[in-house]
Design a protein around this ligand. Structure first.
Ligand code: FAD
Ligand code: MG
Ligand code: MG
Ligand code: MG
Ligand code: MG
Length: 553
């Protein structure tokens, strides 16, 4: 195993045998899970539910496979194919897991309770509210849309966050085509009605625009030949490029493809106002305002914080934040027994410079006041586990070895001996914390966090303490604890329409074109949460290939 007895980090596994058996008659601890999205379901799937009394609440009694939501907007995939009922997902665990279809509207961490409201009406007394208590709370509530308080957006724009949103978009697109086909519609109004605007050039906005374009050229032009010349798709992006979270090559490929397809990409514009028929945007460079008439607008410009999370952050003194801050073991900072995973949370990584004297002392086994290269190597693995930024920094500077980092600090004078004092050690590591990165708000991160936290919970008995337990570096000795959460990026796809996709794969690999689209099909089929949805999704794709998309509303 990776256990390193005398190191800075000890592992739960190494202590497993010595832990006492949990007492048989002690009541099971109550675990309350809020949310059944990527994070919540991944936690539940991996949790040994027989160890706990598990309760789950969510206002939707299903899990939605969000990466296929853009495909639902144009009927490429049916909504039913991308959702899986929660009760079916946890059928085998139904003895230990209780689900309530309800919304949580207040978390009270001081009383260890959560206030819930039924999503399916009230009881005979007219009461739909109830209170649940917990020993451990897992907050996996996801995020909401962010309008940045832009006037008119809530009233006039579509969003693409839930299954209902995608269904609404699908109906509205068809409505626009039917409306523009009516006999008493002027040419100008046809142009306006068939102007589809996507606000936000991130992966979701881009994928939706690409889907819509495919729907137009593959299906609608045949069905509505008279109005095809009036159709236009525009993407408005405030940054310089669309897909700016991807490799530059992917952004360039996407922009070129969209130009060929006739999708207009307006970069450097910020939408300032939306009315029922005009979108007003401001050029970032010139500062000038332009208004464009539109038929349908989809707002996909960013994610925001849910009110219940906002309220909870206020209670625990985490103000002016977008997401709940957790420690590296996913426990909410300054809050006992509450864990947060997925889009509603961010890990706030501890800085190595804050602990530098302690790290130095731990590494200096012979108390000589200096570190030899060997002393550093002995603890390097533990340092990189606790402070992943060290490894990231060395990688970003193309350093193969920590010795390169040390050389920079001690200069050429005593290069041979390679012995550093505390000042030189500080100097060597002084820029490392600049590499602290927060993980993106993606399904990949959410499900890895759910999986990780479940593992912690499964071993909690054996660890006696908290799942994360205190680090030996920061206090108590001889206690056991877990390796901190670490996100492993497995790559990311950007479907661009016309059976083409771009992908960023591990190891700086970029792949684009038709073969990448086939990779996309196989990856997304394999990622389905059940055989039922896998069969449905694949048959939807097949049906679309053979018969085209359904254009009835
Ligand atoms: P969610 O999955 O949003 O789950 C939140 C859960 O909380 C839901 O079950 C919800 O019903 C429930 N809930 C909400 N409010 C309450 C309440 N008050 N009380 C109780 N329960 C509540 N990521 C990728 O990695 N790859 C992709 O290709 C990709 N494509 C995407 C496409 C679209 C259109 C969208 C919208 C997102 C996409 N994402 C993708 C991002 C991904 O969906 C999110 O990062 C992921 O869903 C986050 O998981 P979560 O569990 O934190 O939140
Ligand atoms: Mg969730
Ligand atoms: Mg989800
Ligand atoms: Mg997050
Ligand atoms: Mg020494």
């Amino acid at each position: 195993t990776a256990a390193s007895g005398g190191g800075l980090v000890a592992y739960a596994d190494s202590a497993a045998e010595s832990a006492p058996e949990p007492s048989q008659n002690a009541p099971k601890k109550k675990v309350l899970v809020l949310g059944t999205g990527w994070a919540g379901t991944s936690f539940l799937k991996n949790l040994d539910c027989s160890q706990y009394e598990v309760k789950v609440i969510s206002p939707r009694n299903y899990f939605a496979f969000t990466p296929l939501l853009p495909s639902v907007t144009c009927g490429t995939v049916e909504p039913r194919s991308i959702i899986e009922p929660i009760r079916r997902m946890f059928e085998k665990k139904s003895k230990d897991v209780t689900f309530y279809e309800a919304e949580c509207f207040k978390i009270d961490a001081s009383k260890k309770t959560v206030h819930c409201r039924s999503a399916v009406g009230t009881n005979l007394d007219g009461n739909g509210d109830f209170l649940l208590d917990y020993d451990y709370l897992v907050v996996a509530l996801g995020a909401t849309v962010n309008t940045f308080n832009t006037p008119g957006v809530l009233e006039h724009c579509h969003f693409l966050k839930e299954v209902e949103d995608a269904q609404k978009i699908r109906r509205s697109v068809i409505d626009c085509f039917e409306k523009a086909s009516l006999p008493n519609i002027s040419e100008e109004e046809k142009r306006k009605t068939l102007h589809f605007v996507v606000i936000g050039g991130g992966p979701t906005g881009v994928e939706f625009a690409a889907e819509l374009h495919d729907f137009l050229v593959e299906d609608l032009v045949k069905l509505y030949p008279a109005i095809q010349e009036f159709v236009k798709i525009t993407i408005i992006q405030s940054g310089e490029h669309i897909l700016n979270m991807f490799d530059e090559r992917i952004a360039a490929f996407a922009e070129e493809k969209f130009q060929r397809d006739g999708i207009e990409v307006a970069t450097g514009f910020r939408v300032v106002r939306v009315s029922d028929d005009l979108i007003t945007m401001k050029s970032k460079s010139v500062g000038e305002e332009v208004s464009v008439p539109y038929g349908l607008a989809v707002w996909s410009a960013g994610i925001g914080t849910r009110p219940v999370i906002m309220d909870f952050m206020q209670q625990i003194g985490q103000t002016n934040r977008r997401a709940l801050a957790t420690n590296e073991w996913l426990r909410v900072r300054e809050c006992e027994s509450v864990y947060a995973i997925g889009d509603c949370a961010t890990v706030s990584q501890r800085k190595i410079m804050d602990d530098i004297s302690m790290v130095f002392k731990m590494a200096d086994k012979d108390n000589s006041g200096t570190l030899t290269l060997k002393e550093i190597y002995d603890v390097l693995e533990d340092i990189c586990l606790r402070y992943p930024q060290v490894e990231l920094y060395m990688k970003s500077m193309h350093m193969l070895d920590i010795a390169d980092l040390i050389k920079g600090a001690i200069g050429d004078a005593h290069k041979e001996s390679m012995v550093v004092n505390i000042e030189e050690f500080k100097k060597a590591l002084s820029h490392v914390d600049s590499q602290v990165k927060s993980a993106p708000a993606t399904a990949q991160v959410a499900s890895q966090q759910g999986n990780y936290l479940a593992e912690c919970f499964n071993k909690m008995d054996k660890c006696k303490e908290q799942p994360e337990g205190p680090l030996r570096m920061t206090g108590g000795s001889g206690r056991h604890f877990f390796r901190p959460f670490r996100y492993k990026h497995l790559g990311q796809f950007a479907p661009l329409g016309g059976e083409q996709a771009a992908a960023e794969l591990p190891g700086d690999w970029v792949s684009m074109g038709h073969s990448t689209q086939w990779l996309w099909y196989s990856v997304y089929a394999s990622k389905q949460v059940s055989w039922r949805t896998r069969v449905l999704v694949v048959s939807d794709w097949t049906r679309r290939f053979v018969f085209g998309r359904d254009s009835s509303r």
